[in-house]
Design a protein around this ligand. Structure first.
Ligand SMILES: Nc1ncnc2c1ncn2[C@@H]1O[C@H](COP(=O)(O)OP(=O)(O)OP(=O)(O)O)[C@@H](O)[C@H]1O
Length: 639
């Protein structure tokens, strides 16, 4: 039985089971703090539905749906449920696609309408440009208009629409953003679809509801209201853990929904719980108490470091970890302890340097794809992350997985092509392409990203996004726009660097972004507070600790009780600090160390009486034999 299912039931779990069977209730929200066991309760609720209604669902081709925020969460919950076929666990995009995929004509009609609407918008923008607008924006708009027109001209030829990251109607690809717009809209406007959702998925549970898109929440609410007798909706979330600006935040209850409380915390040791309650005191003031008995709850450990924000950040962080390994009474921190320690960074430079993708980082840092790069969803990287790297990994170790993967990615394995070309020829061509791709990735070198994409396109391993087309020719354009410059620089990078980036984005390295760490937990956590020379506009630890004055916009927003950069940063710190199950280290990089040290001491944060400085760590470090130093930490990271 899974770890989550083995935990003792809480009052909340019993309440959920009771209201799942109550005809007067058609939904609930479980809004509770970090580590309160929301995901655990979600798994238990799924398990309860499977046990009570699983056989009936399977006989009628129905399932209980669980919508998660990340692929990693999907895999975890599926494992907890032993892949039970009565449950459908998926990310929001994939769930929405499951709902709409059978309605190919509706997809075509929607895509045509939306395409025409978007085309008008782009054409109007182009017409409104004045001579003061630079040539780059004009080129970008012209390119978008040309691609969209091409898509609309060919949309009637598409035999089967598929779901991909970037929109390409000519190839039948509906993009990520389209799905988020299209499916909620169709659910709300097509009564038949509303009924079918309820019939196919009589219960839908949504995890991380605070970050779920408001349109999706509204569409599910619409189904709940329209199909009240047949449909049940459960939301699990925590507004204090909202990371994304577009998240739904609080969920307003319908009259027949219930609010299930879960006041305990089962994850944090005593000192860490004091820290996260203190962070939350400046937010919604929710105070958690431990759900464990005094004997079960550990004391834990919290350590603060304040270091200068200079060129020595990475080295100092290594030394801090070595220092912790030598001084900590709780955490391990040492390289030998493998997976125990997670370092949470807000920008990626530190991880990029250590994991060997600094060139990629630099390419995207200056581009408007920067946020998407940070979150692992920049479209130029998608061919590698979602197709080519998994394909080469499967070719090396799990060949049985290859064909199903190629069936999804390869345009040569689509029914229309298969009907005209001998399958053996197609498979040979794909195998040759894969062999060459493996060799290219193993060899690497400048410009191999361009070579790998051209190779994948020529051998039909995947459909290449239209936007690459001008840059994959032997003579790419010399005059181009911002995006073009980013693409050229990206294509000139080394394909071997993508491995480190992929490890990182998929949370398989020792580093993780603070934005991407929700829902997880680790024994020892280092939270790096670094505004990285003030370039990350959504978050600012300097503003949170009063080291930098709020801007006029921040003040206006605060006065209007709107979400400000300070609120967002506080929530980010809350998410990060609450990941530690044993020991927490907070490393603040500051322009002025004495001021930052004083600010930290004066903050509400507990255990700040002994803040470790760079001098303390450096002095200790110089007296250490080499084996205890950062070299060991560095070697373990690279391994
Ligand atoms: N009833 C329980 N008894 C003991 N431990 C529990 C119980 N429920 C959850 N836990 C443990 O507490 C930790 C946090 O649980 P879980 O991840 O479900 O919380 P969460 O509320 O989803 O967390 P977060 O929102 O912070 O990601 C896990 O290690 C889990 O095994």
């Amino acid at each position: 039985m899974s770890r989550r299912l083995q935990t003792p039931d809480t009052e909340a779990d019993r309440t959920v089971r009771r209201i799942l069977g109550d005809p007067e209730v058609s939904g609930f929200t479980m809004i509770a703090g970090a580590g309160s066991g929301k995901t655990t309760s979600l798994v238990k609720a799924l398990d309860s539905v499977i046990r009570t209604r699983g056989a009936e669902f399977l006989a009628n081709r129905r399932q209980v749906a669980c919508v998660t925020y990340t692929e990693i969460a999907t895999r975890e919950i599926e494992t907890d449920l032993a892949l039970n076929p009565a449950a459908h666990v998926s990310t929001i995009h994939s769930f929405l696609w499951t709902l709409i995929a059978p309605f190919q004509n509706d997809i075509r009609a929607w895509a045509r309408d939306y395409g025409i609407h978007r085309l008008r918008q782009l054409e109007a923008e182009l017409a409104d440009l004045t001579h003061r607008t630079g040539p780059k924006r004009r080129q970008e708009l012209t390119g978008s208009i040309r691609r969209l027109r091409h898509g609309l001209d060919n949309i009637d030829e598409v035999t089967q629409f598929r779901y991909g990251v970037a929109r390409n109607y000519a190839e039948g690809i509906v993009g990520h953003d389209d799905i988020l717009r299209m499916v909620p809209e169709l659910i709300r406007t097509k009564p038949l679809l509303t009924q079918l959702v309820a019939r196919r998925f009589p219960l839908v549970f949504v995890d991380e509801s605070q970050d779920t898109f408001p349109d999706v929440v509204a569409a599910l609410r619409h189904v709940a209201v329209q199909e009240r007798e047949r449909f049940y909706l459960g939301f699990f979330g925590d507004p204090m853990q909202r990371i994304y600006l577009q998240g739904a935040g609080d969920i307003v209850l319908e009259p027949d929904w219930r609010e299930v409380e879960k006041p305990e915390n089962f994850r944090s040791p005593r000192q860490v719980l004091q820290v996260i309650n203190a962070i939350r005191a400046d937010g919604d003031r929710l105070v958690q108490r431990s759900g464990l008995s005094p004997e079960q709850q550990q004391e834990g450990e919290v350590t603060y470091f304040v270091f200068p924000a200079d060129g020595q950040r990475v080295e100092r962080l290594d030394r801090a970890r070595a220092w912790l390994a030598a001084h900590s009474t709780v955490g391990a921190w040492t390289p030998q302890d493998g997976e125990r320690t997670k370092v949470l960074v807000i920008t990626h430079r530190m991880a990029a340097r250590r994991l060997g993708f600094e060139k990629l980082y630099d390419v995207f840092r200056g581009s408007r794809l920067r946020d998407a790069f940070d979150e692992g969803r920049a479209w130029p990287l998608t061919p590698f992350l979602s197709t080519l790297l998994p394909l080469t990994a499967a070719a090396a170790g799990n060949r049985a997985a290859l064909l199903p993967m190629l069936r999804t990615s390869s345009p040569r394995l689509q029914p229309a092509v298969l009907a005209e070309t001998p399958t053996a020829d197609i498979l040979n061509e794909l195998a040759t392409g894969l062999d060459q791709l493996q060799t290219l990735i193993a060899t690497g070198g400048p410009g191999t990203i361009r070579q790998a994409l051209a190779l994948a396109r020529d051998h039909g391993l995947l459909t290449i996004d239209d936007r690459f087309a001008p840059y994959l020719t032997p003579a790419p354009p010399t005059e181009t726009d911002d995006l073009g410059e980013t693409l050229i620089a990206y294509l000139n990078c080394d394909v071997a660097d993508l491995a480190g980036y992929s490890e990182y984005i998929n949370q398989r390295s020792r580093y993780s972004t603070q934005q991407g760490v929700k829902g997880t937990e680790f024994p020892d956590v280092v939270v790096v507070l670094d505004d990285d020379e003030g370039n990350h506009f959504q978050f600012s630890y300097d503003k949170l600790f009063g080291l930098k004055p709020p801007s006029k916009t921040d003040l206006d927003r605060q006065r209007a009780r709107q979400d400000s950069v300070i609120d967002r940063t506080r929530r980010l710190l809350y998410v990060c600090a609450s990941r530690a199950t044993e020991a927490l280290a907070i490393v603040l990089y500051a322009a002025n160390v004495p001021t930052a040290t004083t600010a930290l001491r004066r903050s509400h944060l507990p255990h700040t009486s002994n803040i470790i400085t760079a001098e303390t760590v450096d002095t200790w470090f110089t007296t250490q034999p080499l084996s205890a130093t950062d070299l060991e930490v560095r070697r373990a990271d690279q391994a």
